[in-house]
Design a protein around this ligand. Sequence first.
Ligand SMILES: [Zn+2]
Length: 187
Amino acid sequence: MSADPSADPPQPGCPSGPPAAAASPPPTAPKPSNHPATKCPCCGRRGLRPTREPGRALRYRNMCLTLPTALLVPTCRLCRHRVLTFESVPALESTLTALFRAELVHRASAEITHLVQFFSQRWLERELDLSQGYLCRLRYGDGVPSVALVSLLALLAAEPSRMAELRRYWALPLEPRSSPRCRKRAS
Ligand SMILES: [Zn+2]
């Protein structure tokens, strides 16, 4: 499994995402559930309860995702520690997978919608060697693109003139590169 929180724990409050609840407490403090509090592995006190909370950002694969407010995560009301593992939060894996895919679909659609102001979809599909109609399908949310494709679309959407650079790249034979040391000296 590529995303096992026990091997690579999610990073609550990663800087690229929304601020974690611990850093800036939400105006509506999490309501304690009827669940009896259990011992917190961080502070050792009995403060751990399944908790709903907004703004819980974490790193998953290449993204920073925000967990749904309604997702119950064992959280210590005393020290704010969260036990965020697939074992402690059975819905975590399916939630992260769904959020990850939704983000790819959403971002692809946004980048393609921007790019078609500069190029036709068909032309882009030819230049990027995509099957005919694929960008159209992605634009309307049909299909989950790869991170690599969305990354490329994002870079091109930010700087559409780089399409010309790509065309030149594929039109010409690959030139040998100078070593990093030489390039460093040249700059
Ligand atoms: Zn605690």
